[in-house]
Design a binder for this molecule. Sequence first.
Ligand code: AMP
Length: 290
Amino acid sequence: MHFSDLNLNKPLLKAIFEKNYETPTKVQIQTIPLVLAKKNVIASAQTGTGKTAAFALPILQLLFHQLDTNKEQKKIRALIVSPTRELAVQINEEFTDYSKYTKLSSTVVYGGISIDAQKKVLKKGVDILIATPGRLLELCKQEIVDLSTIEILVLDEADLMLDMGFIDDIKKIDLLCPTQKQILLFSATMPSKVVHFAKNLLSNPEIVEVISIKSETTKVKELLYYVPKPNKIELCLHLLRNTIKGNILIFRRTRNGVDNLEQTLLKNDFKVETLHGEKSQNLRQNALSK
Ligand code: AMP
């Protein structure tokens, strides 16, 4: 199977070629034709399966084929709602790459940073908006964003969205969009609360289930060390110096714990960046890009 077998148009195929993707992934093979056929879709697919392109590519194609030719200000036609700011930024980056040879534009809005710059971009008009729920509703309340022209709504990481308590926000967003629209719902897991929520929201959905065999997690070796609490840092330094190579991701339970470990690692000449909820969004974004 090649991307050209999926009936994608030349501007998209060119952008895909430049991303060096050789073949479509499973979720892309299954989802792209359904989205192009304007079906509602519930897809269970984890991050890493290529799920963003599975909705971004056909959305771009659908919007491209009914490109507004009048010179009026662009209206938002596709809305992608993401539970986290970082994911929203990543989704927008993918849309930007894939839409390179189309005249379609996208932007991302999320909380934790100034709303004014986001308002400025929105006032110029975009075709595709990627947003986290809180900031989106704020922009709707201020009448900067009008969702009445939405043709396609994507709910990404629906399980996380429900876990993070966004259920009422999502219902509000759905009501601000026209009743007649295509909805795509993606979720890494499908617990009954997600199934129930999805069934209420989507009429006659097509179901896509992708069990990823070549998951990155199968390549991860796990080791467990029992260690008295005071020796944890010592063990960590020992492992970093002697056994672990490459980039390392460390999770800690508390923000304080993260800050303390950062100081220790810096004193020991490691290059460290930290990420937690007490840091401003700009600092978090900087840490991620480093
Ligand atoms: P996602 O599951 O959307 O988070 O995508 C994971 C990564 O896979 C992203 O970095 C994409 O750029 C990349 N990707 C998406 N589709 C393909 C493909 N068909 N071939 C290779 N890489 C891809």
